[in-house]
Write a protein that binds this ligand. Structure first.
Ligand code: ATP
Ligand code: MG
Length: 263
């Protein structure tokens, strides 16, 4: 098993009640799991827990998270730093907002690579360019010399994916990676993420509001509401046999992609 989240509860600060209760998820290499649910249902909290990056005094109070059989909960700061970016990486809703706006992509990318690997600046630059090309960004050298605001939202998101994939992590956590994009660009990014599994064997957790994207990408779909799993299953189950009323309601709101439904 690549990732085994066993019955975790997560609490923030001194909240009396856990935000997440009894959440479990098992993932094999190359598997794609979609997490859907309304705003505030706890999707981001779950994936931040996996990366050990819970803000606001958030912590796992019950259960365990195993990555390649090892519990992450006892990890030291140094072990987390070694893990993040190399074995597990994350992409965000708007990579543009995450990227420092006053620095050029190339300088950020070179620093990112050199934080993880002992290579020269020139080697890091070449690694960055090669990865941007693999993510099909045209003229990688120009992208490296650009400020984030000079790129479109779709290009910034591809840069975010390229950075996250630099060290070929086994697990990619994607939090609403397409929500800030128009539908055409959204479809391109969705397809590109699917190709990561084929090319690199990456397992992916994709968090999305869009049950169409969730069903299109996910081998398994997990539906959350109020910090709990209310439904889960494969595409067919969620689309056609969901017995949970909330899932059926979500299904009725599947958005269309230029007139075509994703699913
Ligand atoms: N930094 C924080 N400090 C305290 N409580 C938090 C914090 N972040 C989230 N929470 C609590 O956890 C709940 C779930 O938040 P979370 O961000 O995981 O939801 P989400 O499903 O990702 O929502 P969205 O779709 O809006 O991104 C929130 O309703 C809030 O009560
Ligand atoms: Mg969220």
């Amino acid at each position: 098993m690549l990732l085994d989240i066993e019955n975790i509860s997560v609490k923030y600060g001194n909240a009396p009640k856990p935000t997440i209760e009894n959440f479990s998820l098992k993932m094999k290499e190359g598997e794609i799991v979609s997490i859907v649910g309304e705003s505030g249902s706890g999707k981001t909290t779950v994936i931040r827990a996996v990366l050990g990056l819970l803000p606001g005094g958030g912590r796992v109070t019950e259960g365990d998270i195993l990555f390649e059989g090892k519990s992450l909960l006892g990890y030291s700061k140094k072990q987390w730093l070694d893990l993040r970016g190399s074995h597990i990486s994350m992409i965000f809703q708007d990579s543009g907002a995450m990227i420092n706006p006053i620095r050029k992509i190339g300088s950020l990318y070179v620093d990112y690579i050199r934080n993880h690997k002992k290579v020269s600046k020139k080697e890091a630059w070449d690694m960055g360019c090669a990865m941007l090309e693999r993510m099909r960004l045209p003229s990688a050298d120009n992208v490296m010399k650009s400020y984030p605001f000079q790129l479109s939202g779709g290009m910034r998101q591809r840069v975010g994916i390229a950075m996250a994939m630099t060290f070929e992590p086994k697990l990619l956590l994607a939090d609403e990676p397409t929500s800030a994009l128009d539908v055409t660009t959204q479809a391109q990014i969705v397809r590109q993420m699917m190709e990561l599994r084929d090319e690199f064997g990456t397992a992916i957790i994709i968090v999305t509001h869009n049950i169409g994207v969730a069903a299109y990408m996910g081998d398994e779909i997990v539906v959350m509401q109020n910090g709990k799993v209310v439904d889960r299953g494969d595409r067919d189950h969620i689309l056609h046999h969901a017995d949970d009323e909330y899932t059926r309601e979500l299904m009725r709101s599947v958005p269309t992609l230029e007139g075509l439904r994703y699913v």
